[in-house]
Every structure is written in structure tokens, then in C-alpha cells.
Write a protein that binds this ligand. Structure first.
Ligand code: SF4
Length: 197
């Protein structure tokens, strides 16, 4: 039996095209031009510089989370004033360094010392690192930051354990190498979260 051609596979429907909306076309064009005008950041998105206005943030009131952690009824406000905060990632020149009180903190201090944000980070530009695990000599970059910017003071917060002494050493070396006379202090945190004398 000869094969038969299928019928009804194609049909035509007549309908009116949507009216040309000039306003919408112009708005779309303007949005595209605006997006194209924004400075292009080509690095890791996590390293993109940001500065935060901490005066306008409102505390959120939240209850226990089902996610497995407890959220305080009155959430403390973060005092991190810029991003990124890792010494390895911060630029050596940044607007937020101008006139800054600089906090150089070891990674573990924020976990050991409960009130890190209010007692140390508030009003300061915070940069952090771990002299043991980061496997880098921070003194060179810290020297550049202190030399290139109008830093008002330097606070170093480290843990009591010997491995953390590298951060203090790097910061002191940077202060010395910068040739500047800047007020500085070292605060040592015990592993049970207390400030040691
Ligand atoms: S050096 Fe030791 S105590 Fe200091 S941040 Fe690194 S792991 Fe923590």
C-alpha cells in the first residue's frame, strides 16, 4: 500500500501584531546604556570593593531559626565597614583607608572574643588574616597600606597562642618600615575569649 502524505500538520493563524510602544523601546534602550556605563569588575565577585554606611542599618528582630542556629532577639549590628576584609584581598589603596583607624585582626579572634564588632571593629577599618594558614608574609602588604594611606591608628588583635605572633610581628614590621609615627596597640585574646593584660 503506497504511503500517504500527512495532512493538517501545518496551519496558519492570522492575528494582529502588538502596537509599537515607543516609550517601552526607549526605556529598554536607556536601561541597556546605563548597564553598559557601569564600571566593569572582572575579578572574583567576592573580591569586589564595597563600603557600607553603618548609620542607616536597622536592627532586625528575629526568633530562633529552624536552620539549626539561634538568632538573638535583638540582632547586633555588624560593624564591618568595607569589603573585602581579608588582608590578601584588600587593595593597598582604597578610599576607606583615608583617615582610618585600622584594625588588623587574626581570623580566630572574632570567634574567640564575643564582642568583637562593638569593642574592636566599631569605627575602624578591619582587615584580617591568619599568619599560620595563609602561608604568606603580611608585612609587605601592610607596609604598603600604612605607607600609601593616611592611617590614624593601628590596633592589632591576636590570639594568645604562639602561632598568632606572626600577625603582630608583621604589623609591627610594617609600622617600622612605613617610617610613620602612628599610635598602635596590641590586644591579645585568650582561647577562652578574654582580653589578656
Ligand atoms: S595563627 Fe593560629 S590562632 Fe592565629 S588566626 Fe591563625 S590559626 Fe588562629
Amino acid at each position: 500500500m503506497p504511503a500517504q502524505c500527512p495532512t493538517g500538520a501545518i496551519s496558519f493563524v492570522e492575528r494582529e501584531a502588538a502596537a509599537y510602544d515607543e516609550a517601552a523601546v526607549l526605556a529598554n534602550k536607556a536601561a541597556k546604556e546605563q548597564a553598559a556605563a557601569k564600571p566593569h569588575f572582572s575579578g572574583c565577585p567576592g573580591s569586589m570593593m564595597r563600603q557600607f554606611n553603618r548609620n542607616s542599618q536597622v536592627n532586625a528582630e528575629t526568633e530562633d531559626s529552624a536552620a539549626g542556629y539561634t538568632v538573638s532577639p535583638v540582632a547586633p549590628e555588624s560593624q564591618l565597614a568595607q569589603w573585602p576584609c581579608q588582608i590578601k584581598l584588600v587593595p593597598v589603596n582604597a578610599p576607606y583607608f583615608d583617615g582610618a583607624k585600622l584594625l588588623i585582626a587574626a581570623d580566630c579572634t572574632a570567634y574567640a572574643y564575643a564582642n568583637m564588632h562593638q569593642d574592636f571593629m566599631k569605627g575602624r577599618i578591619t582587615i584580617i588574616g591568619c599568619p599560620k594558614l595563609d602561608d604568606v608574609d603580611y608585612s609587605e602588604k601592610l607596609t604598603q597600606i600604612i605607607s600609601n594611606n593616611n592611617i590614624q591608628s593601628v590596633t592589632i588583635v591576636r590570639m594568645e597562642v604562639p602561632c598568632c605572633g606572626g600577625l603582630e610581628y608583621a604589623a609591627k614590621t610594617a609600622l617600622q618600615n612605613s617610617g610613620k609615627f602612628i599610635p598602635w596597640q596590641v590586644v591579645t585574646i585568650s582561647i577562652d575569649g578574654k582580653i589578656l593584660d
